[in-house]
Ligand binder design. Structure first.
Ligand SMILES: Cc1cc2nc3c(=O)[nH]c(=O)nc-3n(C[C@H](O)[C@H](O)[C@H](O)COP(=O)(O)O)c2cc1C
Length: 361
């Protein structure tokens, strides 16, 4: 086996490269309020978290601070007041744009691991110039979250994808630091979207944005914003696309969503992730969970005699599959037509979950 070691006492190399940044291991904190306090940022680093993504600054915040408008709408114009009122007041955000930059500088001073700024927006407009200020404040990279639920029937997929590409090109034009794009899986031809975004200059893709599904309150006949922490059930969608894209793209791939246990993290790397971003599990277990993630990965690699993370990454991907589409379709058909034996297999896997892994022959 390539990269195998004879002596399991030889230490394994967990280091990885993400967006051109060298990281000590693949586990990092995803965009969230977890690094809003300096002491938590330090605790994350002490526990072995390899990099930090700060929470996102929203396009609407930046536009409002710059021009008093949201999406070109004036909050004082009565015609637009109802639309603008959906958005929070500027004071409701944890940090305004200027405070965000100040916080970024402080986090950079407080830790040695890379710190990645985050923007959240969907239009190729002037707010993107703010990215340059994030770079100037010392960010090692920028993550752009393109969260959008497109509800306008006249808007075409082609126009949306063109808009995305334009944003990436504009950001690339503006910045020297690497950029990662956090995407939704809901595109008709996601592999093409991913490739076009890479061609537009993205240094990495973060898969996937988790769509928050608002719920309905039947007592008050209203919508309430629902935020549940994720579970491992969300992981297979990420595994599938990591596995498909690993052999197709050269840019970095980050998994986000549904990595809750060390085994989930190992699966994401096997599928092709360079790094694994975590939020829900760290909110539940605290920063020290990073040490558990790293230790379990090391133990698993030792048990299978893997010397380097590189030997693991993408090992269970479609990189070496000649016809990925046919493979996917065949898997689908096999699963449905052989469903009874798959249920038996699942029961077998569950019954042997705690067995020691054996090196592949
Ligand atoms: C409380 C909370 C705040 C978050 N804030 C952001 C954010 O500001 N920007 C962003 O891109 N994602 C944000 N996310 C999404 C996470 O970065 C991550 O993609 C998602 O939670 C899935 O990862 P997980 O399964 O490890 O939680 C947030 C998630 C949570 C739970």
């Amino acid at each position: 086996m390539g990269g195998s070691i004879a002596n399991p006492m030889v230490s394994v190399d967990l280091s990885t490269t993400y967006l051109g940044l060298r990281l000590s291991n693949p586990f990092m904190i995803g965009a969230s309020p977890l690094a809003d306090h300096l002491d938590t940022a330090r605790r994350l680093e002490d526990a072995g978290c390899a990099a930090i993504v700060l929470h996102s600054l929203f396009e609407e915040q930046i536009s409002q601070a710059k021009s008093g408008r949201i999406r070109h709408l004036d909050p004082l114009d009565r015609q637009f007041a109802p639309v603008v009122s959906y958005f929070p007041e500027p004071e409701a955000y944890a940090l305004g744009p200027a405070e965000y930059l100040e916080h970024l500088r402080r986090v950079k001073d407080a830790v040695k691991i890379p710190v990645i700024g985050s923007l959240n927006g969907t239009t190729a407009e002037t707010w993107l110039k703010f990215a340059k200020l994030i770079q100037d404040a010392g960010a090692d990279a920028l993550e752009l979250n393109t969260y959008e639920v497109v509800t306008e029937p006249a808007q075409t997929a082609m126009a949306i994808e063109r808009g995305l590409r334009q944003i990436v090109q504009d950001l690339k034009h503006e910045l020297k630091i690497p950029i990662a794009i956090k995407l939704s899986p809901y595109f008709t031809a996601f592999a093409n979207v991913a490739r076009e975004i890479e061609r537009a200059g993205a240094n990495g893709l973060v898969l996937f944005n988790r769509f928050l599904q608002p719920d309905i309150d039947i007592r008050h006949l209203s919508v309430w914003p629902r935020l549940d922490l994720s579970t491992s059930a969300e992981l297979p969608l990420r595994l599938r696309w990591l596995a498909i894209l690993r052999g197709e793209l050269r840019c970095s791939l980050a998994a986000t969503g549904g990595v809750v246990t060390p085994n989930d993290g190992i699966k994401a790397i096997l599928a092709g992730a360079d790094v694994v971003q975590m939020v829900s599990a760290i909110l539940s277990h605290g920063p020290s969970y990073f040490a558990a993630m790293r230790d379990e990965l090391r133990r698993w690699m030792e048990s299978l005699e893997f010397a380097r993370l590189e030997d693991v990454r993408g090992r269970v991907s479609l990189a070496k599959t000649e016809a990925p589409s046919a493979f996917e379709r065949a898997q689908y058909i096999r699963t449905l037509s052989g469903w009874s034996s798959w249920l038996g297999y699942q029961a077998y896997v569950r019954a042997h979950e705690d067995d020691e892994p054996k090196p592949p022959s």
